[in-house]
Write a protein that binds this ligand. Sequence first.
Ligand code: ZN
Length: 349
Amino acid sequence: MGRLALAFVSGLTLFAVGAVQQPAGTLHTGKAFRFNQVKPGVYHAIGTGALAVVGNSSIIVNDNDVIVVDDHASPAAASVLLDELKDITNKPVRTVINTHFHYDHAHGNQVFGKDVEIIGHEFTREMLLGGKSAQMPLYRDYLAGIPRQIEDLKRRITAEPDATKKATLQTQLQVAENNLASQAELKPTPPNVTLQTRMTLHRGDREIQIRFLGRAHTAGDVVVYLPREKIVITGDMLTAALSNMSDAFVNEWPATLDELKKLDFDTVLPGHGEAFTDKAKIDYFQAYLRDVWTEVSRLKQQGVTAEDAAKRADLTKHKEHFPTIQGPGVPLIGVTRIYEVIDKAGRGH
Ligand SMILES: [Zn+2]
């Protein structure tokens, strides 16, 4: 308790002396990000838990400027990312790339100055324009979950007899309350530069390709490909584990991953989880996607409701490669989406 109170006071002092217009919810203890240098000048930024950042970002430090790929789940998270970036470079961020429209990759866009180019697929712009992204089930569920998380943490803090565990819960409560405060300041901000299939940035010797390879996790995923460094930044088209399917084209996703495989890379910086080099992960994920599509389609054809299909769809044969699969069942948000895609196809769209 004492330690937390002290951290809070020193945070307040920093706030008073330092930045003039810090967005709400940025006060935190310790670093919010760890920057893993994957190859010279290319970093994978992963949240430490000190703030709710949700997705990863990737940082490309060029001769004269910095490119940020994805910018986390809130204005506070993106603002703190910009602060902590000063630990690795003093060059200015001139470009942001959104791999897709989801809140945990694009809801930090508003903190960047008007002179910063925000690049994304045309579909990503469409979804962030007018706040459409914030109306989608993925973000609505996330937002609705934060007050519940806060209430739950408060209950557990009251019930916890162990001082160390109590302090951990109190830190988690502070993180959740910060997150809620920052979500209240959200102004979804679309890319101001868009592409349909491909764009290449040249920064000194570095080539940065932005590629749309087909529909997958959303209708507008782009990957960022650095051919010289043999790195690909994949957003949620390919993560270290399973990706959510709330806005996906699960039936088209494996073919899009086949296109990804044609690029010459050795390192993947995913939107969630640690960087990896094992390309067999792509095969495992394609096999999962094909089976989830087949299994859910079969249940739908039998007249099973989406709710029941979400409980019954059995993907347990994939649990060796995806340990979060503990038994039958697939997240309802993904099953609902598969039902929607099948229905739309049936109506000829
Ligand atoms: Zn996503």
